[in-house]
Design a binder for this molecule. Structure first.
Ligand code: ADP
Length: 262
């Protein structure tokens, strides 16, 4: 559609621009870091107060370096390596990672659909997308709450039929990430996928999480939708195409999966 085209052109332009800036910025940052090291080692070692300033400058450069890494990763638009993926196994395999990133105040629940079809997608990028959505969910629940990850077979309206070969038209594997957090206003929902749109304070949000998810899902021939209610919570559903040549015996019976998240 026109909207999707506009979005992907925007992503491409922003990607090129940020790639260039991040690259140059990274080089300048390297000069700052090595100068600080030299100052610290040669001149300021015995000056406790000066060393405190050096340390805070070093911390800031570390955060700046992390940010440029994210920007570079974003602009690189790594080529996808799609393969047959069992989303239930993938989600189950993320339990430690998720528990670690959610912290103690958030309960984690998974609802894995039985007889789930296999999808055709890059498993690393899918994991990354689920993690991005989960981190957003966490940020929306500063006082705790519940993160739910759900998988299910899904049919979408035929007008969404994918032009891809090798997948079932109209049939998708859905992965939904829900929270019981702050929710979004309609205005935030409409801008949420825009690169660099963030409502988080400077240094906390880059505004790249959802646009990355969007780019991955679109490149995979899928769809993404946001459902959100202020003060109730948010659900982001991603739909990835069902793999055509998946023999039915190959779907995971849900009972055979470890269910470490609860
Ligand atoms: P970032 O998380 O760095 O701000 P994103 O692109 O991931 O960038 O998200 C953009 C914005 O969308 C966020 O700043 C926030 O306002 C909103 N948002 C995303 N996910 C959620 C969520 N689960 N609950 C509430 N708001 C959200």
């Amino acid at each position: 559609t026109e909207e999707a085209l506009r979005q992907s052109q925007k992503m491409e332009a922003v990607g090129q621009l940020t790639g260039g800036i991040a690259h140059d910025f990274n080089n300048m940052l390297a000069v700052v870091v090595s100068s600080l090291d030299l100052l610290a080692r040669k001149y300021l070692r015995d000056d406790a107060l000066a060393m405190r300033y050096v340390d805070s400058a070093r911390n800031a450069t570390r955060r700046a370096a992390q940010l440029t890494q994210r920007l570079l990763a974003f602009s690189r638009q790594q080529p996808l390596k799609p393969e047959a993926v069992n989303a239930n196994r993938l989600v189950a395999g993320m339990s430690d990672l998720l528990r670690h990133s959610m912290g103690g105040a958030i309960e984690i629940e998974t609802v894995l659909g039985g007889g789930l079809w296999r999808t055709h997608a890059d498993p690393n990028q899918l994991e990354n997308a689920i993690l991005n959505l989960s981190v957003n969910a966490r940020d929306a629940m500063p006082d705790g709450g519940r993160l739910t990850i759900e998988t299910a077979n899904a049919h979408l309206d035929e007008r969404y039929t994918s032009e891809q070969v090798g997948v079932f038209p109209g049939q998708y594997v859905m992965v939904a990430v829900s929270d019981t957090g702050s929710g979004m206003t309609p205005e935030v929902i409409t801008r949420a996928f825009d690169p660099f749109f963030t409502t988080k304070e400077v240094g906390r949000g880059t505004g790249l999480g959802l646009s990355q998810v969007y780019g991955f899902v679109k490149q995979s021939g899928g769809h993404v939708r946001i459902y959100s209610e202020l003060a109730q919570g948010t659900t982001v559903k991603i739909y990835l195409p069902r793999l055509l040549n998946a023999p039915d015996e190959d779907v995971t019976p849900v009972a055979s999966l470890p269910m470490p998240l609860s």
